[in-house]
Design a protein around this ligand. Structure first.
Ligand SMILES: Nc1nc2c(ncn2[C@@H]2O[C@H](COP(=O)(O)OP(=O)(O)OP(=O)(O)O)[C@@H](O)[C@H]2O)c(=O)[nH]1
Ligand SMILES: [Mg+2]
Length: 436
């Protein structure tokens, strides 16, 4: 019975086995895709596999005009790869692109081993990394949603994995329907629980006076050095490691700029190419910090050959969560590792305000701090407001959320000069005379 689907799902790649899973990677070269990009994508898939605890023993590429609806790659090619997998004692074959449930099933028959796609692999890694209750629920939801349409194939290999043929009395249609219902009941339950957690958080947030300090969020491709930067700037010790998706849950620390201005800085989950849509959806709550931020620090690993592609991938996710219009400061990291490549010049030309740094050596950090200060300051400049005396509630509110530095009264109105945090500007829009 599928009493605890998540436990089984989280073990898509078995590290508890007596040996590390041996993995074969498959990519396709379509007409509009060049070979170098495909190689890079496969290299990244290999890193993801290692992160999930597997060992890549080989890979194969097929050049194709169009994909096969039945087997994704051509049937003949699949048989050829399957042969080589058998010779190399491969446990799992991972495709660089998403497979349909039917393709998975058919490929499993040909390869006679576990077939995964990029999305399942990323979900598996996220499942291992999630720490908070909300994070775990979000991942399980995304996993189950990905699983539901593929249940037949999962069911097939899950039963094999647990050596369970005969334990559940076959894999007939009725069994399958029962499992499908269980998964969908579980999805409903997690959705309800998540909803409750989020409502609770919203209530807490409303009750808490929002901090007067501006928010800055660190975003960027996975492994770009986001956590290392947070640690360097705030002296904290968030896990920073040379693995993909080291960070899942957001961490917020206070950063005091040399000008004595305080900023709240949040480090969050890294992005990656082809990030499963369901995962972005599931993580929208976690990524709220990004959406609410006054400033984004987009950290780029400029020593990476694919730096520019990675920037584009991050921008695409920002767009998906509705944060693409935010004020963004480009932070070109790992300059200590740069071997005289032209990437730095090119990016600095493209982003004139970009700051080049090394989060590990500290080079460029003073310039970064000063740029953060500059970027946040305009939003905190003084405003002039004119408020009729009888609007005493508005006047009281102004004193509560803003910093009033000058007041003048005449017969009809009161005039104020005040500093108001940007997220409160809208409230006072009707009374603002000008930005001083
Ligand atoms: N040489 C060099 N390495 C760096 C620099 N900044 C970070 N790193 C290394 O890059 C690796 C990844 O750093 P993290 O800070 O974990 O990266 P991240 O962006 O938080 O990654 P995820 O949380 O996995 O998305 C670590 O091994 C860091 O030591 C840098 O300026 N120079
Ligand atoms: Mg991190």
């Amino acid at each position: 019975m599928l009493s605890c689907p998540s436990r089984k799902l989280k073990a898509l790649i078995e590290t508890r086995n007596t040996r590390t899973e041996r993995v074969f990677l498959v990519g396709v070269e379509l007409q509009n895709r060049d070979r170098a990009a495909l190689r890079d994508s496969l290299a990244e898939l290999g890193e993801l596999t290692t992160t999930a605890g597997g060992e890549v023993v080989g890979d194969g590429i097929q050049k194709m005009e169009s994909l096969s609806p039945a087997t994704f790659i051509g049937k003949g090619k699949a048989e050829e790869f399957a042969d080589s997998c058998r010779r190399q004692d491969v446990d799992t074959v991972i495709f660089d692109d998403d497979l349909s449930p039917a393709q998975c099933r058919n490929l499993e028959k040909i390869f006679e081993c576990k077939i995964l796609d990029r999305t399942s692999l990323i979900l598996d890694i996220f499942a291992r990394r999630a720490r908070t209750r909300e994070g775990k629920m979000q991942i399980e939801l995304a996993q189950l949603q990905h699983l539901l349409p593929r249940l037949t194939r999962f069911w097939g290999h899950l039963s094999r994995q647990s050596g369970g043929i005969g334990m559940r009395g076959g894999e007939g249609e009725s069994q399958l329907e029962a499992d499908r219902r269980k998964v969908s009941e579980r999805i409903d339950k997690i959705e309800r629980d998540l909803d409750a957690v989020r409502r609770q958080r919203a209530t807490q947030r409303a009750g808490r006076q929002r901090s007067q300090w501006p928010l800055a969020s660190i975003v960027g491709y996975t492994n770009a050095g986001k956590s290392t930067l947070l640690n360097a700037l705030t002296g904290s010790d968030v896990l920073a490691k040379d693995i993909l998706f080291a960070t899942l849950d957001p961490t917020t620390r206070r950063l005091k700029l040399p000008t004595n201005q305080n900023v709240l800085l949040t480090d969050t989950v890294g992005f990656i190419k082809k990030l499963p849509h369901g995962l972005v959806e599931a993580f929208k709550a976690t990524l709220e910090e990004v959406v609410r931020a006054d400033l984004l620090l987009h950290v780029v690993d400029i020593s990476h050959p694919q730096a520019e592609d990675q920037i584009a991938a991050v921008d695409a996710v920002l767009k998906e969560i509705g944060a693409d219009e935010k004020a963004t400061l480009m932070v070109l990291n790992k300059m200590d590792q740069l071997g005289g490549s032209g990437a730095l010049n090119r990016l600095q030309e493209k982003f004139p305000h970009a700051v080049a740094i090394s989060a590990t050596t500290g080079e460029g950090i003073p310039a970064l701090l000063s740029e953060i200060g500059t970027q946040l300051r305009p939003k905190r400049e003084f405003l002039e407001l004119r408020i009729p005396h009888e609007q005493s509630a508005v006047i009281a509110r102004l004193h509560k959320v803003g910093q009033v530095i000058e007041r003048r009264y005449n017969s009809k109105t009161a005039r104020f000069k005040a500093r108001i945090p940007p997220h409160h500007h809208a409230e006072f829009a009707a009374y603002i005379v000008n930005a001083a």
